[in-house]
Write a protein that binds this ligand. Structure first.
Ligand code: ACO
Length: 323
């Protein structure tokens, strides 16, 4: 059976770090409120002129380096973003040209904060179908460009960044001891599209718009949707929470991560947490956290890793990967 093995990962964060105290100089907030409600202490913000494709390309090149694969060997790029450089073409095609990939195909997916899990599922299915051998899956965002910097209820929550993984086709036996992506599980419920959205776009206002969020409602849905999809992923593979070595969750709010750990009966040490330093980087948060834990040696070959995310739409999903 064909499996998608993660053979490399990489990330990129813009150089500029903005602390809560710095934000408190321009909006009516405080470090105490932001840390207490979300766990966020600081975030990286892209420089003027630094685009989502710049962040994505840097992360992709780092992932290719770890995988020891040339850009020309990549058959597919799936790039998850809600903050593309342009309305079209896909940001993925800009990355394609910059990594020296002249064949294959590249496109974007849009599932906001769940984007990376969606992109992983898409690439995994191309590999399982035998249509692609090597894929780059990227999550990259510049949310700093779409937050209203005068709205304290949203601007304190987001940051910029990018992460990427390289997938390569390999053979497995078809059970949960295989290395690679074991399964992915995607959901959406468009009835809630107006609880988390951007109030602009090419066919509505013609302007880019700003993030609008009913935070408390989103929080409530996130906790229950994530619990359900994690159960679904484990059941599909005949696994129990205790089998999970690491959870790499979307980093929206530390309280959501603590709720997930409690629900799974796992200690917080098994959750990879970056929200304190990166804030919510939307589609970039899962590959950023994964890369951090692989690079610092926490996640090792053979470990069972649960990825999960929830975002605007609503969209949500999970993936189980044996490294
Ligand atoms: N500083 C100080 N006070 C603030 C701030 C701030 N930055 N923001 C809001 N407040 C005030 C509010 O005005 C409110 O005051 P009031 O009681 O006088 O009206 C009070 O703090 C409480 O506000 P709530 O919004 O009810 O606070 P809550 O405890 O729900 O925390 C938060 C807000 C952090 C946004 C939380 O609801 C949350 O994390 N929600 C989920 C976000 C999420 O998961 N997003 C995932 C997807 S993101 C994506 O897809 C792009």
């Amino acid at each position: 059976m064909l499996r998608s093995l993660i053979v490399g990962c990489g990330s990129y964060l813009p150089a500029r770090v903005v602390t809560n105290d710095e934000l408190a100089r321009t909006v009516d907030t405080s470090d105490e409120w932001i840390v207490g409600r979300s766990g966020i202490r600081e975030r990286h913000i892209a420089a003027e002129g630094e685009t989502t494709s710049d962040l994505a390309t840097a992360a992709a090149l780092n992932a290719l380096k770890m995988a020891e694969i040339e850009g020309s060997e990549v058959d597919l790029i799936v790039l998850a973003t809600a903050t593309p450089d342009h309305t079209f073409p896909a940001t993925a095609t800009k990355v394609q040209s910059r990594i020296g990939m002249t064949g294959g195909f590249a496109f974007d997916v849009q599932a906001v904060c769940s984007g990376f899990v969606y992109a992983l599922a898409v690439a995994d299915n191309f590999i399982r179908a035998g249509q692609v051998r090597t894929a780059l899956v990227i999550g990259a965002e510049t949310f700093s460009r779409i937050v209203d910097w005068t709205d304290r209820t949203t601007c304190v929550l987001f940051g910029d960044g990018a992460g990427a993984v390289v997938l390569r086709a390999g053979e497995g036996r078809g059970d949960s001891s295989d290395r690679g992506v074991l399964s992915t599980h995607l959901h959406s419920d468009g009835r809630h599209h107006d609880l988390l959205y951007v109030d602009g776009g090419p066919s509505s206002t013609g302007k880019v718009g700003h993030v609008c969020m009913a935070g408390r409602e989103v929080f409530r849905h996130a906790v229950s949707n994530l619990a359900e999809v994690v159960d679904e992923a484990l059941a599909a593979n005949g696994l129990k929470p205790g089998d999970i070595d690491w959870v790499v969750p979307h980093q929206a709010n530390l309280r959501i991560l603590e709720g997930t750990a409690r629900k799974l009966g796992l200690p917080m040490e098994r959750m990879v947490v970056t929200v304190d330093r990166h804030a919510n980087t939307s589609a970039a948060s899962v590959p950023l956290a994964l890369t951090e834990a692989v690079t610092d040696g926490r996640i090792k070959k053979g470990d069972l890793v649960l990825l999960e995310a929830m975002g605007g739409g609503f969209t949500w999903g999970a993936g189980l990967v044996r490294m």
